[in-house]
Design a protein around this ligand. Structure first.
Ligand code: HMG
Ligand code: MG
Length: 295
């Protein structure tokens, strides 16, 4: 078992925010390269409305074409029963529901209040349980909201605890705007950790303000061992203007390697994947390491 789990979200969180629609075969090649690099958790698609996020409209094709591999879990976002049923038909292995600690963000992102979102998630959790599918829960805006500013740690704890009680196996805490600093992350985590074990938590840092690696280090200090990241630093959220990509997987991996923490991911192969997708997008990778280690 590795010391740290890197949960690769680039094919979903990364590519959902690209202006261009990426061809399905490019996405599939990217995902296969990430598997070859050693990731065991890959968020591959999103079963949301194609009117809202056209970049993810090929979700079923993607899920059906993925090559099953022992030890590798491909997951997808499913905001409601409609999404869950489509994901189930496409043979999804793990799903994620996504809520927020901010009312305004919840409205902009999924068109309902926090309470309404929790009601929508309930049948998804029930159906997932019936089909033996694990459910991950996201809480967005854990330190700040693009519409409301500062978010109280107690609100994050409240929503995260409700989602865990409903049956999620893990709650991924998202700094959606990427404006949090290590102090904010620590304060938020200390509150959440009063009711949730670190083994049920993950940290999902966007790097908009360049704080993500420092925030992950703060998370490690607080006992978190699962971190979401995105190959080549792809990503953002269409409903958080200005939010840049997730922290780059290769930058996180380099830090973990330096700290002597095992992840099971191969740096060279990951850099190849970062260049593959960046070349397909026609731009340089959004990561320090892929630039520094270009072959
Ligand atoms: P809604 O408009 O409230 O839902 O959308 P509705 O039930 O009223 O349906 C409206 C239309 O959408 C209908 O179609 C439905 O059939 C359709 P119409 O009759 O108009 O043709 N519809 C769907 N189509 C496909 N798949 C579905 C689905 N559900 C309804 N699952 C909904 C609610 C959540 C679907 C919508 O608001 C939506 O798709 N939002 C997109 C949200 C999104 O993808 N955001 C980005 C991901 S979250 C994120 O990036 C944050 C994260 O990374 C963590 C972090 O960084 O903090 C996870
Ligand atoms: Mg995100």
């Amino acid at each position: 078992m590795n010391d740290v789990i890197l949960y690769e979200v680039g094919p979903r969180d990364g590519l959902q925010n690209e202006k261009a629609i990426i061809p399905t075969d490019v996405k599939l090649t990217l995902i296969e390269m990430l598997v070859q690099a050693g990731f065991q958790k890959i968020e591959a698609a999103s079963f949301v409305s194609p009117k809202w996020v056209p970049q993810m409209a090929d979700h079923s094709e993607i899920m059906q074409a993925l090559q099953a591999k022992e030890g590798v879990i491909y997951s997808a976002l499913t905001p409601n029963m409609r999404g869950f049923e489509a994901a189930l038909a496409a043979k999804v292995q793990e799903v994620a529901i996504f809520g927020a600690a901010s009312e305004s963000f919840s409205q902009k992102n999924i068109n309902c209040s926090i309470d309404e979102s929790l009601e929508r998630f309930k049948p998804v959790l029930q159906a997932a349980k019936k089909h033996n599918i694990k459910v991950r829960g996201y809480v967005s805006c854990v330190v700040g909201c693009p519409y409301e500013g500062r978010v109280l740690p107690s609100k994050v704890t409240e929503v995260a605890a409700k989602m865990l009680d409903m049956g999620c196996y893990e709650i991924s805490l998202g700094d959606t705007v990427g404006a949090g600093t290590p102090k904010d992350i620590r304060l938020m985590l200390k509150d959440v950790l009063t009711v949730i074990s670190p083994t049920n938590l993950a940290l999902h840092c966007h790097d908009t303000y360049g704080q993500a690696l420092a925030n992950i280090l703060a998370g490690l200090d607080e006992g978190i061992r699962t971190f979401d990241s995105s190959v080549s630093g792809l990503g953002g959220c269409p409903y958080a203007a200005g939010a840049s990509g997730n922290v780059a997987s290769e930058d996180v991996l380099y830090m973990m390697n330096g700290l002597g923490l095992s992840t099971g991911v191969d740096l060279e192969k990951l850099i190849d994947a970062a260049w593959y997708i960046s070349d397909a997008l026609g731009r340089a990778p959004n990561s320090k390491l892929a630039i520094a280690l270009k072959k």
